[in-house]
Design a protein around this ligand. Structure first.
Ligand code: MGD
Ligand code: MGD
Ligand code: SF4
Ligand code: MO
Length: 747
């Protein structure tokens, strides 16, 4: 593959940067400059088509270049795009590997043996969709359409969501809520009346002080954020990183606070204490926009840095100094809200403390804090009203998680297990673009739920763990072979981005729009998809705004002016805050009303027992979850994960660098595959760390099968957030097995 060799050459250049750790934040810029030079040289021969990337959910818009022979040669960023500023990250560049992966799903498959045995027969699309439609009808008439659940992630979600609403169910969950940013968004809603959005409205570009609590930007490769952080580093911005691990970001920080994991709440409360009792807060701002200050002040009275030191192991003078740094930068200070925040079960409250801190520092709506987003919403064609479900997902477990604003994937899974006595049973799962086995903690529960289903459909591009359990597998073509809904995410300026087919459709695969519409037609719901072809819908939407599909195919991205000049709140400006009180709620009346603490409290969490270590995890710059583990281009950069162990601990155990070991958790679950030890001072002695997304147990993914260990397999204990149902995943502890005994190998 010519394009692959090219890619590796460029990527190795990038990987060198990464390994050296000197310029991680420069890698995107360096890659893009070289690529652009090469493209300029060759431009005459190359065709380009616009796309937006599906390798992660930052959705950068770019260009796909093809050789005269029709091979995809390169993907680069679109200069007009605010998400990427013309530069893709190494994963986005490696997206080509999704198209060329020879292990891809190639044709629809129908199970012929019971679940658990992966025996399928090939089917035509018509046959597969007929089979699904008749099962959907059967479940609907036996239990009601509400007993069908959709689990979805990624750009196909729009159309499958529409289909399932038309069928008559609102049990439609995305793992980006209860496994990711749900607690953050509910905490921000409660405080500011708005979420933190995606892409986050963090004004890193103009901040004078960036505080990262766990957020490991730089390994977490969300493109625009990494670029803005790179510029911030160059400008000498003060960065404070709180992480039990010396992350890439910690290496670029003025202050690294190697906190004892699970104790961040104590640090946050001590910072709030310092900021209030030293009168560091933005008085005018707090007076004008906030409510509940006196209650907050009384609440944090005793949460001194000395108190927090005993809990967090962070020295009082360091807590004081960092609080002062934030105050000095205020309001251009950004205590980052994080993104994957489902850690310890009190996550909504921890992010509430982060929100409160930002409010006190006056950073919400201010330059260098959180900007005000703007979004362009494309027109929707006229369709019949969706049927109102007679039973809603909120009736599955009445009274639980009153503050949740989105369906909770783990609650849908619970409701698929009869002995949990749900309000009504979930009997069918339609899964699009999410590998539930690796994504949802407590795999045993997921598998138990699966055994109770009457139907499990998986739409995917790869033979993942979840497709192995499906009754019907529908192979979607990759994002490089299809149109999709236009990207219309909020940003500093409203914008639209187009994705269109860049390459021939490989194998017998189909795009999400086609699949959703065909199924709708078979269910008698075709009127919900009035356009036969997606390009007709896109053209109709674009013509409404004086553009056209033809124009978007040429430009890829269209930025619009903001309707109002309100990127930031001007000094003393009257603004609408969307909470019930119309104020930024330091004291949350809404939480109180729902039976939760109106002000965040520190609650001690369980600690590892002797010989066990807390299992923490995160991202690697060159991979996205489990979706890229088999990508030929990206496995060339990293093909397994390692377990980071502190040298003191390694010595006690006699573990050496690169030694293959197994991990066993508190519930006696042993990692299915061994993992290499990485002995490093960069992790505290009480924890071990690994990158999520490896340890695949699906043999059909030949490159990644059995490489490294799966964190999810070891996350059997879930610390559920009582406020919104998030699955806290960092309350699991592991010990080491240096050699497996016969019985352990057999198990
Ligand atoms: N390359 C790459 N980038 C990605 C993704 C990807 O798959 N690959 N996924 C994207 C998505 S969807 C998300 S949600 C984000 C997630 O990215 P983030 O929101 O940045 O992730 P977190 O899980 O919050 O942070 C992981 C960090 O938390 C630290 N940590 C662990 N326990 C504690 C603790 O108790 N306290 C503190 N202070 N720190 C702790 C870990 O050492 C690690 O450095 O990344 C996004 N970016
Ligand atoms: N243990 C553990 N669990 C986690 C996390 C963690 O760090 N550790 N992170 C959590 C977070 S932050 C998030 S956001 C979620 C992410 O959860 P998921 O989105 O489920 O993550 P992936 O593992 O990437 O699974 C994506 C699936 O979509 C498929 N896919 C890729 N492209 C396409 C496409 O174009 N069409 C279709 N139909 N399918 C496609 C992939 O092959 C794969 O099966 O996981 C959460 N769960
Ligand atoms: S950050 Fe990287 S992987 Fe994510 S959308 Fe952008 S280019 Fe793609
Ligand atoms: Mo996420």
């Amino acid at each position: 593959m010519a394009n692959r060799r090219e890619f590796i050459k460029i990527s190795l250049y990038g990987a060198g940067f990464l390994a050296a750790g000197t310029g991680t934040y420069k890698v995107i810029k360096a890659l893009s400059k070289r690529e652009k030079e090469e493209i300029t040289k060759l431009a005459i021969d190359l065709k380009r088509t616009p796309t937006y990337c599906e390798v992660c959910f930052w959705k950068c818009a770019g260009w796909v270049y093809k050789t005269p022979e029709g091979k995809i040669w390169k993907i680069t960023g679109n200069d007009e795009d605010q998400h990427c500023n013309g530069r893709f990250c190494p994963r986005g560049t490696g997206g080509i590997g999704m198209y060329y992966d020879e292990d891809r799903l190639k044709t629809p498959l129908i199970r012929t043996e019971e679940r658990g045995k992966q025996v399928f027969r090939e089917a035509t699309w018509d046959e597969a969709l007929d089979h699904i439609a008749s099962k959907i009808k059967e479940i609907s008439s036996k239990y009601g359409p509400e007993s069908l659940a959709l689990f979805t992630h990624g750009s196909g979600s729009a159309y499958f969501t529409s289909l399932f609403k038309a069928i008559g169910t609102d049990s439609i969950a995305e793992p980006s809520y209860a496994q990711c940013r749900g607690p953050r968004d509910e905490a921000f809603f409660a405080t500011f009346g708005e979420e933190a959005y995606s892409p986050e409205i963090t004004d890193i570009r103009d901040t004078k002080c960036l505080v990262l609590i766990g957020s490991h930007i730089g390994e977490n490769m969300h493109n625009g954020q990494v670029q803005e952080m790179s510029d911030a580093i160059d400008k000498g911005t003060t960065i404070i990183t709180v992480d039990p691990r010396f992350s890439t970001a910690a290496g670029k920080s003025k202050y690294w606070l190697p906190i004892k994991p699970a104790t961040d709440m104590a640090l946050l409360l001590a910072w709030i204490h310092e900021i209030i009792y030293n009168e560091y807060f933005d008085k005018k701002y707090v007076e004008k926009y906030c409510t509940g200050f006196d209650q907050l002040k009384a609440h944090v009275k005793d949460f001194t840095p000395e108190w927090a030191y005993g809990i967090t192991t962070i020295k009082p003078d360091l807590i004081r100094k960092t609080a002062k740094e934030m105050a000095d930068a205020s309001p251009a200070v950004l205590v980052h809200p994080g993104r994957h925040v489902t850690w310890y079960g009190d996550d909504t409250q921890r992010v509430r403390a982060i929100a409160i801190l930002n409010a006190l520092l006056g950073s919400w709506g201010r330059r260098g804090g959180f900007y005000r987003p703007a979004r362009f919403t494309p027109a929707s064609p006229e369709i019949p009203a969706y049927k109102v479900p007679s039973k809603s997902w909120t009736d599955l477990f009445p009274g639980k998680f009153p503050v949740a604003t989105s369906p909770i994937s783990n609650a849908l899974i619970d409701a698929s297990i009869p002995e949990n006595n749900p309000g009504f049973p979930i009997k069918g799962w339609f899964i699009n673009g999410t590998n539930l086995i690796q994504t949802i903690p407590d795999q045993g529960k997921t598998l138990k739920a699966i055994q109770n289903l009457d139907l499990l459909v998986a739409v995917d591009t790869m033979p993942m763990e979840i497709t192995g359990w499906a009754d019907v597998i529908l192979p979607e073509c990759t994002y490089l072979e299809r149109y999709d809904a236009m990207r219309a995410s909020p940003h500093r300026k409203p914008a639209l981005a187009l994705r269109m087919p860049a390459a021939e459709t490989a194998y017998n695969t189909k795009p999400d729009y086609w699949i959703a519409r065909e199924l709708a037609v078979k269910l008698g719901l075709g009127s919900y998809f009035p356009f036969e072809k997606q390009e007709e819908l896109l053209d109709w939407q674009l013509k409404k705004i004086g553009s056209s599909l033809e124009e978007m195919q040429r430009v890829g991205v269209k930025n619009f002016d903001r309707e109002y000049d309100d990127l930031y709140i001007a000094d003393d400006e009257d603004v609408t805050i969307f909470t019930d009180s119309g104020k930024i709620e330091l004291y949350s009346a809404y939480f109180k009303q729902n039976g939760f603490d109106p002000l965040p409290k520190y609650i001690p969490h369980e600690e590892p027992s002797e010989g066990y270590y807390r299992l923490i995890y995160g991202r690697a710059p060159m991979h996205t979850f489990s979706r890229t583990s088999n990508n030929p281009n990206l496995t060339d950069l990293m093909d397994e994960n390692t377990v980071w162990i502190n040298p003191k601990v390694a010595k006690e155990w006699g573990i050496t660098n690169n030694q293959l070991i197994w991990l066993k958790n508190q519930d006696e679950v042993i990692s299915q595959f061994p993992i290499k030890a990485r002995v490093t001072e960069r992790i505290r002695w009480d924890s071990v760390y690994m990158v999520h997304g490896f340890g695949h147990a699906q043999k059909q993914m030949k490159r990644c099968f059995g490489k490294g260990a799966s964190d999810t397999q070891l996350i059997t204990k879930v610390l559920e957030d009582p406020i919104m149902g998030g699955t806290g995943m960092r309350g699991n502890f592991v010990t080491f097995i240096l050699e497996k005994t016969e019985t352990e190998v057999a198990s």
